[in-house]
Design a protein around this ligand. Structure first.
Ligand code: XIL
Length: 365
């Protein structure tokens, strides 16, 4: 009797210790974000899990960044040049083109079986000084526009099969970006010099230069501005009526963790109603727009993760033939154009973040 009581006490003690160790181990795992236990399934790269191209951006600096280049090669099946194909990078003077950076990136991608999406032919930003200072009549401006589009498409023909022809032509209130107004400070020299219909002419020039290229209109804000979305839909309807060639729409999706999933889904579904190709073209989900944090919290990382899942899973619900792909605007948080933030799939040490696993899960759904 005496002995059995001691045995029961010892067993209780052992049981209690086991329970304590179990809980302690669990607590350690949950909090250990630097070295979480990652299920094996996530070793399958994004481009293999995805049923559509998954992209990122490259710059010349990517070539000298080993971890970043390894991620491009392993995970992605599409690349957009972050800046290398913009006017400032490709037209150093009014009479010359420079393709050194854009050719290096394109050749690398072609060699590695990665699609290159052209970005961007006509934009109100990234303008070289010679262009902003240019004095000429409307015919001279038209010639600059036409020459740029034709030269770019001819040079990359067969290697770059899709282009953001015009980027960000509309203001958030749905008006065409042209002169500064009380609510819009960003102006477009193109609209000012060439008139309202310049967007349509850009598509015509691009089609003439490369009839096989897929031509996109790319913009941001469709997820928060119904006026801008309406303007884009009206433009597409007008182009269809007039026989202006357009193949696709880019939704940049520079978004944040406060944006509701419903807003993001609504933008995708409204634009998919056009029947055109849809490219989520510059995805990043910022968490620190107010610059109040020095580190992301677990809740922030989890919210970003679930938004990545929602975007990938919802994108898969649009008709397969319209799924041009989802492109991230950066490789890791160390390379993002958004500083002091953590908007991408890989952290500053190039490790997979919860956002990566969330996006992967969404692709798999
Ligand atoms: C950004 C680049 O990421 C930056 O490096 C550059 O300084 C400015 O442009 N919309 C676009 C992209 O279409 O071309 C922009 O890229 C981000 C916003």
């Amino acid at each position: 009797m005496k002995y059995s009581g001691i045995i029961v006490s010892v067993l209780n003690l052992l049981f209690g210790l086991l329970l304590f160790w179990g809980c302690a181990a669990k607590i350690t795992d949950d909090n250990n974000t630097s070295n979480p236990v990652v299920p094996d399934k996530y070793a399958v790269p994004l481009k293999v899990v995805a049923t559509f191209p998954v992209g990122t951006v490259m710059s010349l600096s990517t070539f000298s960044n080993g971890p970043a280049l390894a991620i491009v090669k392993n995970e992605f099946s599409s690349v957009t040049c972050e800046n290398a194909m913009k006017i400032a990078a490709t037209q150093p003077t009014s009479t010359t083109f420079n393709f050194s950076e854009s050719d290096s990136i394109t050749s690398y991608c072609v060699r590695n079986g990665i699609r290159v999406h052209g970005h961007t032919l006509v934009w109100h930003q990234s303008l070289p000084a010679w262009l902003t200072a240019f004095q000429g009549d409307s015919a001279a401006w038209e010639n600059i526009l036409k020459t740029r589009i034709k030269t770019m498409l001819t040079h990359f023909k067969g290697r770059v099969k899709s282009w953001d022809v015009v980027n960000e032509a509309f203001n958030d209130d749905g008006t065409l970006r042209a002169f500064a107004t009380a609510t819009n400070s960003k102006t477009s020299m193109w609209a000012q010099k060439l008139g309202k219909d310049y967007v349509a002419r850009c598509f015509q020039y691009a089609h003439e230069a490369d009839p096989d290229a897929k031509l996109f209109y790319n913009d941001y804000g469709q997820e928060y501005s119904s006026a801008k979305t309406a303007a884009i839909l009206a433009m597409v309807a007008d182009f269809k009526k007039r026989g202006i060639p357009i193949d696709g729409l880019g939704l940049q999706f520079h978004t944040n963790i406060q944006r509701s999933d419903a807003d993001l889904k609504n933008a995708i579904s409204q634009l998919s109603s056009t029947g055109l190709l849809l490219h989520i073209s510059e995805l990043d989900i910022s968490m620190n727009s107010a610059q109040t944090f020095t580190q992301p919290t677990t809740t922030m990382l989890d919210t970003q993760k679930s938004k990545m899942t929602a975007i990938a899973a919802f994108y898969k619900t649009i008709p397969v033939l319209q799924q041009f792909g989802i492109t991230f605007w950066g490789i890791s948080d160390a390379n993002s154009w958004i500083t002091n933030d953590w908007p991408l799939l890989f952290d500053k040490t190039y490790s997979k973040k919860p956002a990566y696993f969330g996006f992967w899960d969404g692709l798999k759904q």
